[in-house]
Design a protein around this ligand. Sequence first.
Ligand code: GNR
Ligand code: NI
Length: 180
Amino acid sequence: MALRPIICLPDPRLRLVSKPVAKVDAGVRALMDDMLETMYDAPGIGLAAIQIAEPLRVVVIDAAKKDDPPEPMFFINPEITWSSEETSVHEEGCLSIPDYYEDIERPAKVRVRFLDRDGKAREIDTEGLLATCIQHEIDHLNGVLFIDHLSRLKRERAIKKFAKAAKRAVDERSGEGETP
Ligand code: GNR
Ligand code: NI
């Protein structure tokens, strides 16, 4: 297992549409192990492979409550097969958009079809934090970020903030001093 760097906004790779996994083999399981380790270290409750620069349709989630035992879940080629009319609002954050949090409205319940770690086809019904998180992760597989669900004004403000932070980091590395 290895810790892998998480890519952040404005990295254009976050906008890629990830490719389906053709075969669940040892390479895919090794990728999922790296993802889980990277997610726990961050710490976060979910991670899509593109966040460690692998454009594959692979997601790991652990949405267990804080004092409960860990509950790692692995989703390969996940697809939403049903969403509830009922919606819920949850405060979301993203490891690729550090220190930015907003309330997002999504379907409250979703049914998800996917391959598990052993390559077995499964379908589960989700609700609560797990439903929110799996929708956030499937968005990543399609190059969509949670800020895309905000009003245009809020989204542009968030993107601008990260563009400035990235420019500052580049300027500091090349010794050009502060930007106002
Ligand atoms: O750690 C995370 N927390 C979170 C909280 C609310 C809704 C979604 C998430 S996922 C996020 C980790 C992440 O960026 N996954 O892509
Ligand atoms: Ni995210």
